[in-house]
Ligand binder design. Structure first.
Ligand SMILES: [Zn+2]
Length: 424
């Protein structure tokens, strides 16, 4: 039996820099990259890991605790590589910016303003600060404001980084009262595959696949495309204020739907014995390897991280832990025989080139994610002789759920358009 753990969240914000020195922050992230590279290079050379922090710190033009945090992260990546072979051998020759990691009240500080904003101050270089206010989703801002005012919450390390040329701050907060069951004390793993128009869920226990569900939300995709077209049109006409209004509306619409879907995921997961919800780690991926066009498209098409965040946040308040796995090959691998090939998949239809297994491709991906989750928790992967039929529910714009329809059992193959179903 393992102990339950504190509820920890990473909150993501955009930095609205008001001190007119954004380039200073960017320079610091370049410096962080050279600290990361130097640490990795020394570790590969076989230098004693205990000696590395001092050797690197002497040359780094960063606040001391920030240098230490970046060194620790680089060594952590090396350790992960040796222990789990997780994301490939860390590179020490990459250029560009690297997240600036800092301790709260040492490398960075936060405070509530009279206007209800959260002001930040980041020590980018020794004695040089970057200041402004945080922008971000209501969900993240709300938690941060609560954390700043409430003793139950502790604010931890943060990372300042550039994403698509925008400065961001990712802040770790911990709720010291609320606990989440240790993920190693789980009996069921729920693999979650997030797509532009659905999420596919598979619950896997030591006995095999317990159940599987696809939640369709075509209206999110539809509305996002509709808003995109409208925004383009008013932008071309030079009507920026309407553009911003539309963007706000779209954001609220999508956020509202994603909240409902994430609640649904947690509700569904709760029915299983000691569940652990498993997601693909899209954050790590962006920094490490190019996973090809499908993944890049997925990264940009839906606020995946928002859905993952809402789900893990709601789950943790039910005491349900979440885990993250490397997304490599989850959409191409055959869940039955393990054969991985891009051609196995054709949109929503999966047909294994090796064993002929047919499936709904997103459901197949969710099985693969669950299997990776099981491996991560160090269980034996159960033999998957057959998979249950794919049940689909659809989230209507009203938020109501249609009664479930049952599609063909996988042995008979899955209809690619998902519309033809055998009712139960
Ligand atoms: Zn196969």
């Amino acid at each position: 039996m393992t102990d339950s753990q504190a509820l920890v969240k990473t909150l993501d914000f955009q930095l609205n820099i008001q001190s007119d020195n954004e380039s200073l922050l960017y320079d610091a992230t370049l410096e962080a990259r050279s600290v990361y590279n130097e640490t990795t290079r020394l570790a590969k050379e076989g230098v004693d890991w205990n000696a590395i922090p001092d050797r690197v710190a002497d040359d780094a033009n960063l606040v001391k605790n920030t240098t230490q945090r970046v060194v620790a992260k680089a060594l952590g990546a090396m350790e992960n590589y040796y222990e789990y072979d997780d994301f490939g051998l860390p590179s020490h020759t990459k250029g560009g910016s690297y997240p600036l990691r800092a301790n709260y009240e040492e490398g960075y500080n936060l405070s509530l303003t009279d206007d209800g904003d959260v002001a930040f101050r980041i020590s980018a270089k020794p004695y040089k600060h970057v200041k402004g206010v945080l922008k971000g989703s209501d969900a993240h801002l709300d938690i941060l404001k609560i954390a700043l005012e409430n003793d139950e919450w502790k604010i931890g390390t943060a990372e300042a980084l550039f994403h698509n040329d925008n400065a961001e701050l990712h802040v770790n907060v911990t709720n010291t009262e609320q606990t989440v069951r240790d993920k190693h004390d789980s009996r069921t793993v729920v693999g979650v595959d997030v797509n532009e128009d659905n999420v596919a869920l598979t619950a896997l226990s030591e006995d095999g696949v317990e159940d599987t569900l696809v939640i369709d939300f075509p209206e999110i995709k539809f509305e996002r495309h509709r808003y995109f077209t409208m925004r383009k049109r008013v932008q071309n006409a030079g009507k920026d204020s309407i553009h911003d209004t539309l963007e706000g509306r779209e954001e609220r619409f999508v956020r509202d739907r994603l909240h409902k879907v994430s609640r649904h995921i947690v509700e569904w997961s709760r029915q299983f014995e000691k569940p652990c919800i498993v997601f693909e780690d899209l954050k790590e991926m962006r920094d490490s390897i190019d996973y090809g066009t499908r993944m890049n498209r997925r990264l940009h098409h839906l606020p995946f991280r928002a859905l993952q965040f809402y789900t893990s946040y709601k789950a943790s308040f039910e005491g349900i832990p979440t885990a993250w796995i490397n997304p490599e090959y989850t959409s191409q691998r055959c869940p039955m025989c393990g054969h991985a090939e891009r051609a196995n998949r054709n949109k929503k239809r999966f047909k294994c080139k090796s064993c002929g297994h047919q499936d709904h491709s997103d459901r197949g991906a969710s099985v693969n994610i669950a299997v990776k989750g099981v491996k991560k928790l160090d269980w034996n992967v159960p033999a998957l002789n057959s998979l249950p039929v794919v049940r689909k529910v659809r989230r209507q714009a009203s938020g109501l759920v249609d009664s479930p329809t049952v599609t063909h059992p996988t042995a008979r193959g899955y209809q690619a358009d998902g519309q033809v179903g055998v009712s139960d």
